[in-house]
Design a protein around this ligand. Sequence first.
Ligand code: ADP
Ligand code: MG
Length: 282
Amino acid sequence: MTEAQAITPGREPVAGGNIGMGTQYLEVRGLTVDFDGFKAVSDVDLTLFQGDLRFLIGPNGAGKTTVIDAITGLVSATGSVSKSGVELLGKKVHQIARAGVGRTFQTASVFEQLTVLQNLDIAAGAGRSPWTLLRRRNGVLPAIAQALETVGLTDLADKPAGVLAHGQKQWLEIGMLLVQNADVLLLDEPVAGMSSEEREETGNLLRRIGGERTVVVVEHDMDFMRAFATSVTVLARGQVIAEGSVAEVQANPKVQEVYLGTAAAGASSLADIPDELIEESS
Ligand code: ADP
Ligand code: MG
């Protein structure tokens, strides 16, 4: 992404995406991951438009992380993953990253001894000399300064990443994806372990960056999903069992069944299911 394509204020994620009618960004078809005969992901289809903030939910073991691993080339898979028409399946991890598909992991993976800025420099490949020539007087590349601003870490740029709060480390990881020019972001449980204030901040961050990107968030926190998702896909046993708006998915009996173990447990919608129960069943 060039600077001209940088975030336009006021453009927020909406269901179905908000950029150029029907611009298709990531198309997943028949995605299947077979671990020695066990199908962790089975025939998954996902159509993800730019500007859609898609939540991917489902009990533990449903295959959410494996879907992300397959899209980003970490596990081998069959089917098809194409980004704006370019097939990614079968490409190497670094080629997929270079194609603009970035992900975060369930446990934040930043270089703790290096500063926030150094982490971003490395992610941007800015340690190499041609880039250093382009640096401004203050020693920060414009794209990096902008990422720092976007993820709210400008004041902490010179602090070692190791001293950051848990939530701030996740924001740094998201910043690292931004400086890599990722426009498809796959975030694996980004708010796990965050305080409610950090969750709120993270949701707002996703809104800020999601308007002009394709963001997929794997999440267990139903309140967080209700507050920020523009669309939801529910996975269970490696398969997509429901997809739609938050309301549609909450009203879906198959979804209630998966989360409760039984549809007849007294909850009239997913909204009535306490988060503790969802955590337990997951
Ligand atoms: P989720 O992220 O939804 O909790 P995962 O994608 O981590 O689920 O796992 C889906 C299923 O695949 C689980 O049953 C898990 O045990 C299994 N699985 C994950 N990775 C491997 C692997 N490398 N080898 C074998 N089975 C795996
Ligand atoms: Mg997982």
